[in-house]
Design a protein around this ligand. Structure first.
Ligand code: GDP
Ligand code: MG
Length: 373
C-alpha cells in the first residue's frame, strides 16, 4: 500500500514507488496519458499509475487540506445561527412569488418573462424576531450544481407545490435532491386562494409517494399558503424555525470567516462582485479572503438591499467587493491571516486546474507533448 497525497507530482510519485520518473511517464504514455516530470496528478491518475506498478493507494491529507481544514470549535464557542433555506419546486408553482412575498418586494414583475435570472441570497426577519436566510435558486439546478461541487449550504428545503396542479416531474426531482442531500423538507402547498385549489389532493399524492404530512399522521411539515395574498406564509416561516430548532444549527462567530460563493460576476464600475453566504466566523472589511482560485482584501460589503455592512456573521448573505477574479458558485471561501497563505493556495489551485484541463484536452499536438516531456 502506497500512502500518498493527492496532486503529488509525477516525479515524487516515482520516487515513492522507487522507480524512475521515465518509467512512470512511459507507463502513462502507454495508457494514453501524457504527463510531464513535475506535473501534479489527481487521485484517479495516481490510482491508475500506482496500480500499474503493483501498488494499492491510500490517500493522506495534503498541506492544502490541512491549511483549509477547520480547527474544531469547542461547545462554548458555538452559538445558534439562522437557518439557510432553499425554495424548490416545479416551474410556475410559485417559488419566485413566495420569495418575493417573504421579502415584501416585487421581483416577479421586473423579471424578464417571470424567470428567475440570478441565484441571489437574502435574509429576512420573521414577525417573531428570528432571522432566516434564503437562497434564491432558479429551480433546483443551482442546488444540484452546488452539491456537485461539494457545497452544503441548505439547512431546510421548502418544496412549493401548486394546489391547483399536481406533483410534477420537477417537484419529484426537487424532493429527490433534498432527500439525497439529507436536507429536511417542508411542503408549501401554494395558490390556495384559487377556487380550483385542491390541497388535500396534493397531500394524497404525497402520501402515495410515501411522504406523509403531519395532519395525515406523518412526519413531514406542510403548510397551505398563498404567495399572492400571503395567507399562511408566517405560519410557514414558523415551521421553518421549528425544523431548524430540531437541527440545533450552530456556528462559531468569533473566528475567521468560512463560507460559500453563491454567485460572482464582473461589474463595470465595481470590479469583481461575489455573493457569499457566510457559514461560520465573521467576515470583516479588510479581511484577506480566498475564494476558489481567487483572493483579495474585502473592500466593501453590502446586504441584499444594498446597505453597507462592516461585518457579516454566520448565515448572513453578503455581496463582497475586492476579489482578484470571479470564483464559481459553490466555491468555498475562507479568510487567512496573511496574504501569502491565501496567494499560495490560490496559485496552487490555479496550477492544478490548468494542468488538469491540459491533460483532459482531447487533442494534444506532438509539439505540446514534446514541450511537456
Ligand atoms: P416559479 O416559476 O415557481 O418561480 O413561479 P412564479 O412565482 O413565477 O409564479 C408563477 C405564476 O403563478 C405567476 O403568474 C404568479 O403570479 C402565480 N402565482 C404564484 N403564487 C400564487 C398564489 O399563491 N396564488 C395565485 N393566484 N397565483 C400565484
Ligand atoms: Mg421563478
Amino acid at each position: 500500500v502506497l500512502k500518498v497525497t493527492e496532486f503529488i507530482s509525477a516525479n515524487d510519485l516515482a520516487a515513492l514507488m522507487d522507480v524512475s520518473v521515465n518509467q512512470v511517464i512511459s507507463t502513462c504514455m502507454s495508457l494514453g496519458m501524457f504527463v510531464s516530470i513535475n506535473q501534479r496528478l489527481d487521485a484517479e491518475a495516481i490510482t491508475i499509475i500506482a496500480d500499474e506498478f503493483g501498488y494499492d493507494v491510500e490517500f493522506t491529507k495534503s498541506i492544502e487540506d490541512e491549511m483549509v481544514e477547520e480547527a474544531e470549535d469547542t461547545e462554548e464557542e458555538l452559538e445558534e445561527r439562522a437557518p439557510i433555506v432553499t425554495i424548490m419546486g416545479h416551474v410556475d408553482h410559485g417559488k419566485t412569488s413566495l420569495l418575493d412575498y417573504i421579502r415584501m418586494s416585487k421581483v416577479t414583475a421586473a423579471e424578464a418573462g417571470g424567470i428567475t435570472q440570478h441565484i441571489g441570497a437574502y435574509d429576512v426577519m420573521t414577525k417573531t424576531g428570528h432571522k432566516i436566510a434564503f437562497l434564491d435558486t432558479p429551480g433546483h439546478e443551482a442546488f444540484t450544481a452546488m452539491r456537485a461541487r461539494g457545497a452544503k449550504i441548505t439547512d431546510v428545503a421548502i418544496i412549493v407545490i401548486a394546489a391547483d396542479d399536481s406533483i410534477m416531474p420537477q417537484t419529484k426531482e426537487a424532493i429527490n435532491h433534498a432527500q439525497v442531500a439529507g436536507v429536511p423538507m417542508i411542503f408549501a402547498i401554494n395558490k390556495v386562494d384559487k377556487p380550483n385549489a385542491r390541497p388535500e389532493k396534493i397531500k394524497e399524492e404525497l402520501a402515495n409517494m410515501n411522504l406523509l404530512v403531519e395532519d395525515w399522521g406523518g412526519k413531514y411539515q406542510s403548510q397551505e399558503i398563498s404567495a399572492k395574498t400571503g395567507q399562511g406564509v408566517d405560519e410557514l416561516l414558523e415551521k421553518v424555525l421549528l425544523e431548524s430548532e430540531i437541527l440545533e444549527l450552530k456556528a462559531n462567530p468569533d473566528k475567521n470567516a468560512v463560507g460559500t460563493v453563491i454567485e460572482a460576476s464582473l461589474d463595470k464600475g465595481r470590479g469583481y462582485v461575489a455573493t457569499i453566504m457566510v457559514q461560520a466566523g465573521t467576515l470583516k472589511i479588510g479581511d484577506i479572503m480566498l475564494a476558489g482560485q481567487h483572493y483579495g482584501r474585502v473592500k466593501a460589503m453590502f446586504d441584499h438591499k444594498g446597505k453597507k455592512l462592516k461585518e457579516a456573521g454566520p448565515s448572513t448573505p453578503v455581496q463582497v467587493l475586492g476579489l482578484s477574479g470571479a470564483p464559481q458558485a459553490g466555491d468555498t471561501i475562507k479568510v487567512y491571516d496573511t496574504e501569502r497563505e491565501a496567494r499560495e493556495i490560490a496559485n496552487s489551485r490555479e496550477q492544478i486546474q490548468r494542468e488538469q484541463s491540459l491533460r483532459t484536452k482531447k487533442h494534444i499536438t506532438l509539439d505540446e507533448i514534446g514541450r511537456r516531456l
